[in-house]
Ligand binder design. Structure first.
Ligand code: HEC
Length: 184
C-alpha cells in the first residue's frame, strides 16, 4: 500500500463521514417537530395552517358585482361616463344621438329606448323579453361585441370591473326610479 492509496482511503472515509453529517443535519431540519426549536420546515399542522390559508386566499377573492357596486365610486363613474356622452345622452328627456338616450336604462327593456333604430341583435333580445339588469349591462360594457354580436355600438369596452361598477352605479342614479343594486 503506497501513499496515494492511503490518501484515497482517507479521502473516502472523510467523504462518507461528511455525507452522514450532512444527511443528519438535513434530517434534523426536516423532521424537527418541537415548535421553535431550530429552523427548517416544520411539519406541525398548527404552523402549516396559516400558510395554507394564505395560499388559498387569492383564489377565493373573486369580487362579486354586488360587492363592487356596494363600494362603487360615483365620482369615478361620472368621469367614465364621458367615454359615452359622444354617442349617448344621460339627461332626463335626453334625445337619441348616435346611440339611444340612456336616462333610466338600468332595468329598462333591452332596445327599449323610444324612436331609436336598434340592431337586429338587440331587437332580438327585446323580443325575448330581456331587460338591462346590472349583470347584463356589466357583460355588455365589458365587450359589447361579445355580448351582442353585430351590435351597432362601436365601443371596444371597459376592461376594468371596478370601472364598470363605478359607471353602473352612476348610471343607476340617473333614473326616476333607481333599481336597487343586487345583493349577491
Ligand atoms: C361610438 C358611439 C358609442 C359609444 C362611444 C358608446 N355607445 Fe352605447 N350604443 C351606441 C349605439 C349605436 C347603440 C345601439 C346598439 C345597437 O342597436 O346594437 C348603443 C347602445 C347602448 C346600450 C343599450 C341601450 C338600450 O336601449 O338597449 C347601452 C346600455 C349603452 N349603449 C351604454 C353605453 C355606455 C355606458 C357607454 C360608455 C361606456 C357607451 N354606450 C358608449 C353607441 C355608442
Amino acid at each position: 500500500m503506497n501513499w496515494i492509496n492511503l490518501q484515497k482511503i482517507f479521502g473516502a472515509v472523510l467523504g462518507t463521514l461528511l455525507f452522514i453529517m450532512a444527511v443528519g443535519f438535513l434530517a434534523a431540519s426536516i423532521y424537527e417537530t418541537k415548535p421553535g426549536a431550530g429552523g427548517g420546515y416544520t411539519l406541525e399542522t398548527a404552523e402549516a395552517e396559516p400558510v395554507a390559508e394564505q395560499v388559498e386566499a387569492p383564489a377565493v377573492e373573486q369580487v362579486s358585482l354586488a360587492a363592487l357596486l356596494a363600494n362603487a365610486d360615483m365620482a369615478s363613474g361620472e368621469k367614465l361616463a364621458k367615454k359615452c356622452t359622444g354617442c349617448h345622452s344621460f339627461a332626463q328627456d335626453g334625445s337619441n344621438k348616435v346611440g339611444p338616450a340612456l336616462y333610466g336604462v338600468v332595468g329598462r327593456a333591452i332596445a327599449g329606448g323610444e324612436g331609436f333604430g336598434y340592431s337586429d341583435v338587440l331587437s332580438g333580445y327585446n323580443s325575448e323579453g330581456r331587460t338591462w339588469s346590472f349583470e347584463d349591462l356589466d357583460a355588455f360594457l365589458t365587450r359589447p361585441k361579445d355580448y351582442a354580436p353585430g351590435t351597432k355600438m362601436s365601443f371596444s369596452g371597459l376592461k376594468s370591473e371596478t370601472d364598470r361598477a363605478d359607471l353602473l352605479a352612476y348610471m343607476q342614479s340617473l333614473s326616476a326610479a333607481p333599481v336597487a343594486f343586487p345583493t349577491e
